[in-house]
Design a protein around this ligand. Structure first.
Ligand code: F6R
Length: 223
């Protein structure tokens, strides 16, 4: 409802999108609203948080592929307005600067969807990421590699590097929608919402943001 309300109120809104298990229900609901209620995405612009380095958009585990399968292919969004970082960019430094520039040129992100890692990461801002960080390359922690191995079949197939929006990039969005479900997120959610602001739990930087909505199930909210 939050996303749909924004899309109706501001047809050319800029959505920041996440991948992973958490937003699957949200995307399914947006697809349903498009089909059954005519929710119109024709002018919506999207920027995804992150992508694995080395995977092309057609790789079944790439985040581009995930977005096509779970959302973009089922709604009337203009493909040219969907942005997922290019995991096969040739010059990552200038590509990351360009990604930030494209966000700025669209007027900034109106609503950023966020999942959270068991270690408290948002996007791929792993523990220790600067809270002022911008879009850049990050090495995934062993915990994240283990968590994501379920999608790849085995740990050794999980890319070790990702291109990710920075914590600073995320904090610039006008509103954040943080979603978490399940007991495996309880500690990270407690630390994010009630703990000290620390680069060890990059989601805790959201305490500095003036407009964050956290939507949690009972298990994630347990602590
Ligand atoms: C994905 C992303 C990650 C995930 C997080 C939780 O684009 O940025 O930070 O949101 O790793 O993943 P799930 O939802 O699979 O538990």
């Amino acid at each position: 409802q939050f996303v749909a309300t924004l899309v109706r109120r501001k047809p050319r809104c800029v959505l920041g999108l996440a991948t992973g298990s958490t937003p699957l229900g949200l995307y399914a609901e947006l697809v349903r609203m498009h089909r059954e209620e005519g929710l119109d995405f024709s002018r919506v612009v999207t920027f995804n948080l992150d992508e694995y380095v080395g995977l092309s958009g057609s790789h079944p585990q790439s985040y581009r592929h995930f977005m096509q399968q779970n959302l973009f292919d089922h709604i009337n969004i203009d493909p040219r307005d969907t942005h997922v970082p290019d995991g096969r960019a040739l010059d990552f430094e200038s590509y990351c600067e360009q990604y930030e520039r494209m966000i700025a040129e669209e007027g900034g992100i109106d609503m950023q969807l966020l999942g959270i890692g068991g270690d408290g990461h948002i996007a791929f801002n792993e523990p220790g990421s600067s809270l002022g960080s911008r879009t850049r390359l990050k090495t995934l922690t062993e915990e994240t590699v283990r968590d994501n191995a379920r999608f790849f079949g085995s740990e050794k197939d999980v890319p070790r590097l990702a291109i990710t929006m920075g914590v600073g990039t995320i904090l610039e969005s006008r509103q954040c929608l943080l979603l978490a479900a399940g007991a495996s997120k309880a500690r990270a959610i407690r630390d994010t919402i009630e703990g000290p602001i620390t680069a060890q739990i990059t989601a805790s930087a959201l305490q500095l943001h003036r407009d964050v909505i956290a939507i949690l199930d009972q298990e994630a909210a347990r602590l």
